[in-house]
Design a protein around this ligand. Structure first.
Ligand SMILES: NC(=O)c1ccc[n+]([C@@H]2O[C@H](COP(=O)([O-])OP(=O)(O)OC[C@H]3O[C@@H](n4cnc5c(N)ncnc54)[C@H](OP(=O)(O)O)[C@@H]3O)[C@@H](O)[C@H]2O)c1
Length: 352
């Protein structure tokens, strides 16, 4: 497996297997199939509620720990005990326990929400204690990323962000490269949005190489040196998504795919042009029209379950009923401008 070298010298497999939205009771079988297909890099999160099933699959596989790369993510901490640093360390311990591991390969702050400076200080400590091989972030826009880097000791090794043919993140990638941060794509297929799998340009490119659209997308990302973690519950697709190293996209094909970029998120509506503060504001207001992706993850986890307001909140999420923004916001303009409720009007004031 091709690898990328992180800013601390650690080698990370460029392709992994993502388990977001795989139901807990199907995750063990899916991960076992992925490991059988050849994946050695798994991406989960406390908020996915399936770390235990991932751990069970790892154990059942019998694959040596040193041959695996395991990433999980810290969910939003609500300071229930008065110390976000302590809660972060407890969340890390809980993820390790659920996964049945004694160390992680990569631990990410899932969202740039709440007191993520304290979270990062705690993560720096678990890194120094040799309990994780690399620490990083997810869903950080350039301004917050540079702020975190400039005011802390350790530079994140990775920033996992929405990256696919319709939202290519070339600027973000360039900035991260300058800062020594590896870009990792989530949603490489945009979860099939925008008819990605039947897109005419991607289909023609796939046909030219005797490959599938999915393979062209993974190849295009890895040729850009983007780490990628496609999700599938189908073993034949798992295998297909790994089988991308026997062809090369030409410079012309890479440029043609470049024309598909819309420069906007497919998961945050008009919010992305307003910057991450918009994501945070809406997530914290509990209002989102996203049914998947980090906004939905955020909206399901912004308050503690009833009766547990003082409990640490890194546990796997419960599906909490959250107020939704006005239905007319779906599929279009910025939330808050198209039928959003008053609570959803907490709008960011800062541009990107
Ligand atoms: N950090 C974050 O905030 C964040 C947010 C979202 C996701 N993630 C991570 O990124 C991973 C990947 O993103 P994602 O799961 O959102 O979406 P994705 O990988 O872009 O798309 C998954 C969809 O593509 C389909 N698919 C997979 N391979 C295919 C193929 N070869 N041909 C046709 N269809 C195919 C899957 O269907 P089947 O399953 O039916 O095959 C599924 O519907 C997640 O699992 C998670 O680990 C992170």
């Amino acid at each position: 497996m091709q690898t990328v070298t992180l800013n601390n010298g650690v080698e990370m497999p460029i392709i992994g297997f993502g388990v977001f939205q795989i139901p807990d009771n199907e995750t063990q079988a899916a991960v076992e199939a992925a490991l059988a297909a050849g994946y050695r890099h798994l991406d989960t999160a406390a908020s996915y509620g399936n770390e235990e099933a991932v751990g069970a699959a790892i154990k059942a596989s019998g694959i040596a720990r040193e041959d695996l790369w395991i990433t999980t993510k810290l969910w939003i901490q609500h300071n229930p005990t008065g110390s976000v640093e302590d809660d972060t360390k407890r969340a890390f311990d809980n993820s390790l326990r659920r996964l049945g591991l004694d160390h992680l390969d990569l631990y990410l702050i899932h969202q740039p929400l709440g007191d993520y400076y304290s979270k990062w200080r705690a993560m720096q400590q678990v890194y120094k204690d040799n309990r994780v091989r690399a620490i990083g972030v997810s869903n950080f826009h350039p301004d917050r990323l540079v702020d975190l880097i400039d005011h802390n000791e350790i530079t994140p090794a990775v920033n996992q962000i929405e990256t696919h043919p319709f939202h290519q993140r070339a600027f973000d990638q360039e900035l991260m490269k300058e800062q020594g941060v590896q870009i990792e794509s989530w949603g490489p297929f945009a979860e099939g949005k925008n008819d990605l799998f039947t897109n005419p340009l991607l289909s023609a490119t796939a046909e030219a190489h005797g490959k599938s659209v999915a393979q062209v997308v993974i190849r295009w990302l890895t040729q850009r040196e983007v780490v990628v973690i496609p999700k599938s519950v189908k073993p034949e697709r798992m295998a297909q998504n790994l089988d991308i190293f026997d062809f090369t996209l030409s410079d012309e094909q890479m440029s043609q795919i470049g024309t598909l970029d819309t420069g906007s998120s497919l998961f945050f509506g008009g919010l992305l042009s307003l910057g991450v503060a918009g994501t945070a504001a809406v997530a914290l207001a509990g209002c989102t029209d996203a049914t998947s992706g980090p906004a939905a993850e955020a909206s399901s986890r912004t308050t503690a379950p009833t009766g547990s307001a003082r409990q640490p909140t890194d546990e796997a999420p419960r599906a909490l009923a959250r107020p939704r923004c006005g239905s007319s916001a779906r599929g279009g303009g910025p939330v808050g401008t198209r039928g959003a409720s008053a609570a959803c009007m907490k709008q960011p004031t800062r541009g990107r």
